[in-house]
Design a protein. Structure first.
Length: 525
């Protein structure tokens, strides 16, 4: 198949995601990572809209990218100003890039009710804006905003807007499903109809995900001759997001046999996806196709048995092709085979037919019946194996703790925890305040341990989740606490279950610290 060009707009469209706020350094680091991965175009932002984006383009004028073309984004000229005096268009010129992207109105409703100008005036603005940029030596990507919605409402006018951009010298026209409401079979039909009316040649696609169809719509357009896909890493974007380039790349290269510039780096796709989520300060979804933590996780006993015979039984690709890996999840749904495989993955030699395997399997079933869930807390599962194999002695012994929450006259809520432990035969008694009871308990425990284990200063809690296991029991229900911790090298998750949320939290905290100390001991062995 023809080469497909990948146009990444994470730094502009993706930045409109609720909860994402990129600093200048964030944008620079993501751009460099995308460049090294090999995408063709990186849309860096809208330089006219804010100083940060202006600084971004100024940085890369001094430090050019090695592979990708950097692209600024803007709109057609303001209806009240000629193109050559429009500050938005002149800011695109100042960005110093070979390519620029502008969007214009395709939907007659937008022209009449948003711009509040005549339909012919809109066509003139499109022609003048593209021609102005073309005159100054720029290759212009023209984003036909609301193209599919506009075509369905008034196909004749939508076609006129496309012709206006092409006649003025647009390098490529991109069809935009801006509202994200078009379905794949509509995309196919409209693309075919447009190609019968005008000779488009190659065209591009920009989809939003409001019906969950952005990836499907993008791939459908590829089948109709589209050679340029716009989207964002991890599908970030306003409302429900944009086309997820991670999923699109997996499908294009590994399913459709398409050629892309970054195909040689597909083994880095998982790493890239996680990198962008970390810089964006967004949780990486486990169920993300191709690159998610659960994308190649196997839990059911029958599935695992089949996987042992032939991985093709339940995997559509080799996970290594995208830099991911196969996981066997231990739970009460799985048999001893999955337990043995998981133990082997964690460097424990366990014979499926041995009494120890039977004992551990029974223990897991009993614990999960109480509410434990080791598939979500691998660190606690590893500690369970360590204890059953008697490979280590606990680093400290709990003798007791107390947590007090006090609301004072001035309205402040104060949490205080005291804890008594024994470490290497030494009794330690510590007290700490915190933002909440769990934070106070965590602080007290660390304070008691710090003289013995200084490395704990490099570890911190990064996530805390509480789930009620039986809502029918009301406030007497058991709770499951999952705590994610991390140090400078990795993150891990531990679990605690109890009818008391503080006890469940302590159990997860204690496991988290034990895991950190144990892995440090092994690393230094």
């Amino acid at each position: 198949m023809e080469k497909i060009f990948i146009y990444d707009t994470t730094l502009r469209d993706g930045a409109q995601t609720e909860g994402i706020s990129y600093s200048l350094q964030d944008k620079i680091s993501i751009a460099k990572r995308l460049d090294s991965f090999g995408v063709d175009f990186i849309e860096g932002g809208w330089p006219y809209s804010n100083p940060k984006d202006t600084e971004f383009f100024a940085y890369f004028r001094k430090h050019p990218l090695r592979n990708a073309h950097l692209v600024p984004f803007g709109s057609t000229a303001h209806p009240a100003r000629p193109a050559h005096t429009d500050k938005n268009l002149t800011s695109l010129l100042k960005s110093g890039t070979e390519y620029v992207t502008i969007f214009g109105k395709t939907w007659d409703l937008q022209v009449k009710e948003v711009l509040r100008i005549g339909l012919d005036d809109n066509l003139r603005i499109i022609r003048e804006s593209v021609a102005f940029l073309k005159k100054h030596g720029k290759k212009v990507f023209y984003d036909a905003e609301h193209f599919f919605t506009g075509y369905k409402a008034n196909p004749e006018y939508a076609i006129k807007t496309i012709l206006a951009a092409l006649d003025a010298g647009a390098h490529l026209v991109i069809f935009c499903d801006t509202n994200g409401g078009t379905l794949p079979w509509e995309i196919t039909r409209i693309a075919q109809e447009v190609r019968e009316v005008i000779s488009l040649g190659n065209f591009g696609m920009h989809c939003h995900n409001d019906t969950g169809m952005a990836v499907a719509n993008s791939l459908a357009c590829i089948e109709e001759g589209c050679v340029h896909i716009q989207g964002t890493m991890n599908g970030y974007g306003e409302r429900c997001g944009n086309t997820d380039l991670v999923t699109v790349l997996g499908a294009l290269v590994l399913k459709m046999g398409c050629h892309v510039s970054c195909e040689k780096n597909m083994g880095q796709l998982t790493e890239l996806s996680y990198f962008v989520s970390e810089v964006s300060n967004m949780i990486h979804h486990d169920a993300t196709p191709f690159v998610g933590r659960s994308a190649f996780a196997h839990k059911g006993g029958i599935h695992i048995d089949a996987m042992l015979k032939n991985p093709l039984a339940y995997e559509h690709i080799d996970p290594l092709l995208v830099g991911n890996h196969r996981r066997f999840v231990v739970s009460e749904l799985a048999g001893k085979s999955s337990l043995v495989l998981k133990a082997k993955e964690l460097a424990f030699d366990l014979d499926k037919k041995s009494p120890r395997a039977k004992k551990i399997h029974k223990l897991i079933q009993d614990l999960e019946a109480q509410g434990y869930q080791f598939e979500a807390a691998e660190a606690s599962f590893k500690l369970l194996l360590e204890r059953e194999f008697r490979k280590y002695k606990k680093f400290f012994e709990l003798l007791g703790f107390r947590v007090i929450v006090e609301k004072r006259d001035d309205g402040r809520l104060i949490s205080e925890a005291t804890i008594k432990i024994k470490v290497k035969g030494v009794l330690r008694h510590s007290a700490s305040e915190g933002d909440g009871p769990v934070n106070a308990l965590d602080s007290a425990l660390r304070h008691a341990l710090r003289d013995f284990y200084p490395a704990l200063s490099k570890m911190h809690l990064s996530d805390f989740k509480v789930r009620v296991l039986d809502a029918k029991e009301g406030t007497a229900a058991k709770v499951r606490v999952l705590i994610e911790s991390q140090d400078e090298k990795e993150s891990w998750t531990t679990i605690g279950v109890s009818g008391n949320v503080i006890e469940a939290s302590y159990n997860a905290l204690a496991d988290s610290i034990e895991y950190k100390l144990l892995k440090d001991v092994k690393a230094n062995a």
